[in-house]
Design a protein around this ligand. Sequence first.
Ligand SMILES: [Zn+2]
Length: 143
Amino acid sequence: MVKCPKCGFEVVTPIKTWSLPSRKPLRKGEEAGLVMGIFECSNCKARFRSALTAETEVEERVSIKNMVERIKGIKGELMQTLKNLREKIKTLETERANLMIEIEKLKKVAESRVNALESEVNMLREEVKSLRDLLGYSEETEK
Ligand SMILES: [Zn+2]
């Protein structure tokens, strides 16, 4: 967090950052170089350069970490949704296959019923014809 040189407003996030290499030889635990940033004051819109304070860097890292966590969460949700959809598709495909089998069965039942009716009608025709023959009617007289 740095303060705007014009109005003193506190700016949290830099627009751009870059590192300056350190001139001093590095001691143990020392940060390699200085991180500079361009900031824009959200109060007066002034743009200025400033070295990033440790606090700013930490806040930035925290927000990046949060973002990574959020992305992970979103990814997890998407994976879950995808898994659910796959399971749903699988269920629907099984149901469709079962329905197709049932339709086939019904078709066969209907076909065999039609066949049975056809042979019954043929038998009745034969019966009618033999009755006509018995009674002396020929089919020619009907026409
Ligand atoms: Zn300002």
